[in-house]
Design a protein around this ligand. Structure first.
Ligand code: AMP
Length: 583
């Protein structure tokens, strides 16, 4: 039966979550029954057992590198039951920006179905607070290329797999709002041209647009930043009904030209509105007066973009989208009125089997927020056994051949909805900065950048994006933080060197502070980049097959990532060393 109305979807969700414990056992049983022939499970002598106790005692926890060779065999065309009973016919390419390189992950119909369920659930809750009636959505969605592996398996980013799927379109037509842009724009061969046309189609439909969406907040900010640069061209296109020459891809040109008609009245109203804005504050409600909210993932590594997004959004609420990964979905945002900083995700107990590795801070590290090695791990617990206020790493067993797979994300249990936990996303587990005994994660880095950014406020400047590396080219090694600022001029030398010192002091873990005091870690260095440097970094990742929709700026660049290092190095304009611990 297809569940259509929001109330029916919510009722179904309530039923599932009330009985989360049993639903989890059933889900595991189903996964193991479907995949009883899988070589991976048989290697660990699970036999045909489907209970959680046998499963946990036979199958070890794993990370991507443990199963990479299995996935490679699938990519090479091995259609025996490697990870799943039924052969895997498509692969997802994770963004790779969180871990340095894109990874292949198995994708199948069951994962697709779980996507529908997650989207429908959050849409139903959202719609209760902010009803969307016969409107359209301005969606900044970009498909990546679909490629076939040597073995003939289809590989693309998870977003592409989704938007390409006919099933997705059919299953979601009751609950998904119509996108302003034709498919040719989403799947265009050039992201800059697609972005331009998303904006154009959005403006043509400006009165009908009821919400603005992109999978991650980064691409929302990127889109409106581009609008600042191309608005006059967009107005000219609408005035004359002729698409700008910058759009050269025939597929996009043809599709957009069909919907573009000369409309001087609309063009001049957009022109006047753009001119009336002060520094583009509130551009979204100004140009799209019927928009009710802005939607996209805004937690975790997307938090640094919130300030800019709020600037563009004016009075409109920002609603964070759901929590998941190319490995599978985890939870829905069922409290859409919460600001992104407080958002939690309710786990859907039938989309996968979840375990949580309890992480505890040793007593001597009370101040630490998220440094991985400072956590003491204990045995994983089940979905309904987690405790409010505690911190865990998420482990997923899904329908597409991942068994007890460590997702690498740290979450905090904020509460329960019926019997299912509501998770607050804390950060990625991976360590970013370490010279010796110091350990700092992307969250620690984010907090340090935020602390120093306050010093820029007086100069009316903002940090547009940032990343970091450990420089060991001279002794002792030191942290390098790269900043791209909202303007290439303006910041005084004193302020920027103050920012370097401020970040140096903001890394407060005992290992860092101790090493700085004894000068076994050198002074933190702030390197300021030319405007547009991070756009070049993104373009580099896109050239590796990534999709803009899933792009996350890498917060740490390793020495082996020579291409990104080159981009950063050639864009450095100035550099400042901290004086926080003396020279
Ligand atoms: P990808 O590699 O592109 O599949 O990205 C998956 C990763 O994005 C997850 O493992 C998380 O670290 C991050 N992510 C996904 N959804 C959210 C969310 N709602 N909040 C914070 N981070 C998220």
């Amino acid at each position: 039966m297809t569940i259509c109305s929001s109330e029916e979807i919510i009722d179904e969700f309530e039923l599932l979550t009330r009985d989360a414990r049993r639903v989890q056992q059933d889900t595991l049983r189903k996964i193991l029954e479907l995949n009883g022939d899988a070589e991976y499970l048989n290697r660990f002598n699970l036999g045909r057992r489907t209970d959680s106790k046998s499963f946990k005692s036979c199958i070890p926890l794993c990370v991507h590198s443990d199963i990479e060779s299995y996935i490679q065999r699938i990519a090479d065309g091995d259609d025996s039951p490697v990870l799943t009973g039924k052969p895997i016919t498509s692969l997802s390419l994770s963004s790779g920006t969180t871990q340095g390189k894109p990874k292949f992950l198995p994708f199948n119909d069951e994962l697709l179905e779980s996507t529908f369920q997650i989207f429908r659930t959050s849409y139903a809750f959202r719609n209760r607070e902010y009803p969307i009636v016969n409107g359209k959505a301005l969606q900044f969605v970009y498909g990546s290329k679909q490629v076939f592996t040597q073995g003939g398996i289809l590989a693309a980013t998870a977003t592409t797999n989704l938007y390409r799927s006919q099933r997705f379109k059919e299953a979601m037509k009751d609950v998904m709002t119509q996108c302003c842009s034709p498919d040719e724009v989403i799947f265009g061969p050039d992201f800059h041209q697609s972005l331009y046309c998303h904006l154009l189609c959005g403006l043509i439909n400006s009165d009908e647009v009821q919400f603005v969406f992109s999978p991650f907040a980064h691409s929302l900010v990127h889109a409106f930043h581009s609008l600042e640069e191309v608005w006059e061209d967009l107005c000219a296109d609408i005035r004359d009904g002729v698409l700008s020459k910058r759009v050269t891809a025939p597929s996009i040109r043809q599709a957009v030209s069909k919907i573009l008609r000369p409309n001087p009245e609309l063009a001049s109203s957009i022109y006047i509105k753009c001119q009336s804005l002060s520094n583009w504050y509130g551009v979204i409600p100004t140009l799209w007066p019927n928009v009710k909210y802005i939607y996209g993932i805004m937690t975790g590594s997307m938090e640094p973009y919130l300030k800019k997004l709020r600037h563009y959004a004016g009075h409109l609420p920002l609603l964070s989208a759901d929590y998941g990964a190319s490995e599978g979905w985890v939870g829905s945002n069922i409290n859409p009125t919460l600001p992104p900083e407080e958002v939690t995700y309710a786990v859907l107990p039938n989309i996968a089997y979840f375990e949580f590795i309890p992480l505890e801070k040793p007593k001597w590290e009370e101040t630490e927020i998220c440094s991985s090695v400072h956590y003491i791990e204990s045995e994983p617990v089940g979905l309904t056994e987690v405790e409010v206020g505690k911190i865990y790493e998420v482990v997923i067993t899904n329908f597409a051949g991942l068994y007890r797979y460590r997702l690498g994300d740290i979450v905090k249990i904020a509460g329960f909805h019926n019997a299912t936990p509501e998770l607050q996303f804390i950060c990625r587990r991976s360590l970013v900065l370490s010279v010796n005994i110091d350990k700092n994660t992307e969250k620690d880095l984010q907090l340090a950048v935020e602390a120093a950014e306050k010093l820029l406020a007086a100069e009316k400047l903002e940090v547009v994006d940032f990343t970091s590396l450990v420089d060991r080219s001279s002794e002792p090694g030191h942290y390098v933080i790269f900043w791209e600022l909202s303007s290439d001029d303006g910041a005084s030398e004193d302020v920027l060197s103050g920012c370097a010192s401020c970040m140096d002091l903001a890394f407060a873990d005992a290992g860092y502070v101790g090493s700085r005091k004894t000068q076994t870690i050198g002074a933190l260095e702030l390197r300021v980049l030319r405007k547009g440097a991070f756009a070049q970094v993104m373009n580099h990742y896109l050239s590796l097959g990534g999709a803009v929709s899933q792009f996350k700026t890498p917060r740490f660049v390793s020495q082996s990532n020579s291409k990104v290092l080159q981009i950063l190095s050639r864009n450095v304009t100035r550099s400042y060393f901290s004086t926080a611990y003396g020279l």
